[in-house]
Design a protein around this ligand. Structure first.
Ligand code: C2E
Ligand code: CA
Ligand code: CA
Length: 810
């Protein structure tokens, strides 16, 4: 009973308490709930007795609490409270086990407010951390009393080789290093003492050897009592900025040096006024620098060029163009301006390189004259004539007038040259040219086309009949004038012309066609006993007639020994060494002089004469190759061109074997030769082509693919064939390096060759720019006029010897 009484007293006392109390029995049933707790739970105290109080807890909390109660040990635990108001509260339980009464006395405390503050603080701290870690500056905070770091963002910590947690507690000196901290010490003291923000820049050596430039701001943290509590450190990376500044400075220094060192005139101008000039420019135009500074740029430009220069300046164009300046003495100087816009001393300027091109222009004028005139007679040459012909044909077409082209070829001129010598030949040509000129009107065009060929272009009115009459008359006049004997070395010699005539617009639509047809007509004149003139007629079209003439002569050319091989050198790019050559066929035609393959090979091929001619060429090439080998000239291989007719003929390989065996050691001869086949020849039946090539190779011959790039042969195809070399077609080389397509094709061919392990040679190399481009691409060899033209065997031998001598000396 005493317990009951005691309990009654307790109850009254507990109800008077502001704190929350609950009395539980050993089984966890509530015996008493005080008023404060009931109010907190918003229930009648009686409705919390027994097990009912547990409804205030969620399942997990309930389990936790019951476990504690079962343990019969004093406990303290913080648990969520599902309260009546709906919002979760946090309640701290302190349970005391009263062993005497076997009851639990639990005090409850509402800890919600504290808990909320704590989690808000945590959220804010992490927000701050997020912010600090994401701004593009380095941030740290140091305590003033001991210079220990209290906070740093990730970027700051990493910059100094640590992380944002490990850095806390380290001193300033620990973090940035002793040397740096000593250096900065005065700034830090100033900031603490005067509570003034301080900034400075410093360089930060990086582990990789580079340097970062940083700008540091120190901001004092001042407490309420006015004392310095700490310092905020804010660092920005200004490396990019500094490097850019340095680059500008360096480029300006370079520019200044370049300007002084340049041999060419350089002037700077801004808004049209001269701001600087180098000594060569002053020397060129005869003014001192002082006289130039501040003057308008245009004052020095020749009057007729002022408009153009002003336009270029106004548009701010970066360009190069020819112009003229006037020097102090008033002389006009032809120059090239190369203009650039650039920054100098932070200002946008125009820089003009002024290049004296007087010499260049004089040379160009001279070259132009040489290029357009024949040195011997002073008449326009072939190139010039072609230009004029083009022009006159266009004019005639638009005006509805007519033209007649007379193709004049001297009969048996070669004989004169050979028997009486070149000097007599030259005199004769000069005389003939003067007589032709004298026989014509001033408006007619006369040109020397080469050798003993002259062209005359006559203008006519709209009437065809009239034109024919005029031409007949002119032709007769020419015949009469030319055949008058010329006094050569005291004796009279006489030559006659054969004249072929073609009319425009009747006979042709292009200059080439017109010339070709006049040429055919000229052959007709020759075949009709020479010393006469013939007009072109359609009956002899597609040069059937000329071919017929040629064919008749071709058949005898071999017997008469009129064919000759010329040789063109091939050089290795790597060391500029002469290594090989190509044999090129020529026909010394008794009347027409030296004929190139294009002029007769098509005819020979049609007649199958090409088989014999080809055999002859190979025999001749083998003979030369063996001879040079014996002489130790080191020219190998000698390349021989094959015609389709040859390659496809039955028994071709056997015929080659026979030719090779003719001069003794067939194996040796073969090893010194290389056969050139065009890509097109290889495009037939792969199996058959491959078989044939293998047999040629078995003889010991090398195989090259000629005119490569023009035949669209497939790569797969090529891989299959036993080939040693490819020759880049000269049409691509011609356009190098400027033409992008040709450059790309050339590059691709060289790569292809390299990847298949083939040698690559470029033909038709005519200038240094082409050579350099090919060398850069890794092309192995070149052939072309830049190295040397095709030459007769004897001349080639001399050439090789001289070259070897030069190579030895180099
Ligand atoms: P190809 O085999 O492509 O020979 C190269 C041609 O380019 C030669 O003309 C050569 O004189 C010329 N050439 C060399 N260097 C330069 C240069 O720097 N610029 C320019 N524009 N041309 C250069 P060619 O001697 O008139 O021969 C023409 C073609 O006749 C040859 O072309 C070849 O297909 C054929 N040919 C020459 N000799 C023979 C031969 O013995 N047999 C056969 N079947 N064909 C031959
Ligand atoms: Ca060739
Ligand atoms: Ca070729």
């Amino acid at each position: 009973m005493s317990s009951r009484r005691l309990a009654t007293v307790d109850r009254a006392a507990w109800d008077a308490l502001p704190g929350m109390v609950v009395l539980l029995d050993a089984a966890g049933d509530a015996l008493h709930v005080n008023t404060a707790l009931a109010a907190f739970a918003r229930r009648e105290p009686a409705r919390l007795l027994g097990r009912s109080w547990q409804e205030l807890l969620d399942a997990d909390s309930r389990r936790q609490l019951i476990e504690r109660l079962a343990g019969r040990q004093d406990f303290a635990v913080s648990l969520p409270w599902a309260g009546a108001g709906g919002e979760t509260a946090w309640v701290e339980w302190s349970g005391r086990w009263r062993a005497d009464t076997r009851q639990w006395l639990c005090l409850l405390h509402d800890a919600s407010a504290g808990k909320r503050v704590e989690s808000e603080a945590r959220a804010q701290a992490s927000l701050f951390r997020l912010l600090a870690d994401n701004v593009p500056v380095l941030i740290a905070y140091y305590r003033a009393s001991d210079f220990q770091c209290q906070f740093a963002n990730k970027a700051y910590a990493r910059t100094f080789g640590t992380d944002e947690n490990a850095i806390v507690g380290k001193t300033f000196a620990d973090v940035i290093g002793k040397a740096a901290s000593e250096q900065i010490q005065p700034m830090v003291e100033l900031m603490i003492l005067h509570q003034q923000a301080a900034s400075y820049e410093r360089q930060l050596p990086q582990p990789d050897g580079s340097t970062r430039f940083i700008e540091v701001h120190l901001l004092p943290h001042v407490g309420e009592q006015g004392q310095t509590i700490g310092a905020f450190v804010l660092i920005s990376d200004i490396t990019k900025h500094r490097l850019a500044e340095r680059a500008v400075r360096e480029s300006e220094e370079r520019l200044a040096k370049f300007m002084q060192a340049s041999a060419e005139g350089i002037v700077f101008h801004k808004d049209g006024f001269i701001t600087d000039a180098n000594p060569p420019l002053c020397a060129l135009i005869g003014y001192s620098l002082d006289e130039l500074l501040g003057r308008p740029t245009l004052d020095f430009v020749a009057p007729e060029h002022v408009a153009r220069v002003a336009t270029v300046m106004a548009a701010g164009q970066e360009t190069a163009y020819e112009s003229a300046v006037v020097d102090k003495a008033g002389r006009r100087i032809a120059v090239e301006f190369i203009v650039r816009t650039m920054l100098r001393g932070g200002e946008r300027m125009r820089m003009t390189i002024v290049r004296d091109i007087r010499d260049r222009q004089a040379a160009q004028a001279r070259i132009h004259h040489l290029a357009h005139h024949d040195a011997l007679t002073g008449l326009p040459n072939r190139m010039s004539f072609m230009e004029q012909l083009q022009h006159h044909m266009a004019a005639a077409e638009s005006e509805g007038t007519r033209l007649a082209l007379l193709f004049i070829d001297l009969d048996h001129f070669k004989r004169v040259n050979d028997s009486l010598g070149h000097l007599v030949g030259d005199t004769l040509l000069r005389t003939v040219s003067a007589r032709i000129l004298a026989s014509l009107r001033g408006t007619d065009v006369v040109a020397r086309f080469g050798g003993d060929e002259f062209m005359v272009l006559l203008h006519g009115g709209p009437s065809q009949e009239q034109q024919h009459d005029d031409v007949d008359e002119v032709a007769r006049k020419l015949l009469a004038a030319i055949e008058v004997p010329v006094n050569a070395d005291g004796r009279p010699i006489s030559v006659t012309p054969s004249i072929g005539v073609a009319f425009f617009p009747g006979d042709a639509s292009t200059p080439d066609e017109l010339i070709k047809n006049a040429d055919s007509a000229m052959y007709l004149a020759k075949s009709r006993g020479r010393a006469n003139h013939q007009c072109f007629d359609r009956g002899m079209a597609d040069s059937a007639y000329a071919a017929l003439v040629l064919e008749g002569q071709l058949a005898h050319a071999l017997d008469r020994g009129e064919f000759e091989l010329y040789f063109q050198p091939q050089v290795r790019l790597r060391d500029d060494r002469l290594v090989a050559c190509e044999a090129l066929l020529r026909w010394n035609h008794p009347e027409r002089g030296l004929l190139l393959p294009d002029q007769f090979i098509p005819v020979a091929e049609r007649q199958r004469l090409m088989l014999q001619i080809g055999q002859w060429a190979m025999k001749e090439a083998a003979r030369c190759a063996l001879r040079w080998h014996a002489m130790g000239l080191g020219i190998s291989p000698v390349a021989v061109n094959l015609s389709t007719v040859q390659f496809q003929s039955v028994g071709f390989v056997e015929a080659v074997a026979l030719v090779l065996a003719e001069d003794g050691d067939a194996r040796e001869a073969a090893s010194l030769l290389e056969l050139e086949l065009t890509e097109r020849m290889l495009m037939d039946d792969l199996g058959e082509v491959k078989h044939r090539l293998l047999r040629l190779k078995a003889l010991g011959l090398g195989i090259a693919v000629d005119d490569f790039g023009t035949g669209y042969s497939s790569l797969g195809h090529l891989k299959e064939l036993p080939i040693d070399k490819i020759k880049i077609d000269r049409s691509f080389v011609h356009d190098l390096p400027g033409n992008r397509d040709s450059a790309a094709i050339t590059r691709a061919i060289v790569q292809l060759g390299l990847s298949l392990g083939l040698s690559v040679i470029a033909e038709g190399v005519e200038n240094e720019a082409q050579r350099q481009f090919l060398a850069q691409q890794g092309c192995e060899q070149i052939q072309g006029l830049l190295i040397g033209a095709a030459m007769p065997a004897a001349k080639f031998e001399d050439w090789v010897k001289q070259r070897r001598e030069a190579e030895r000396r180099a």
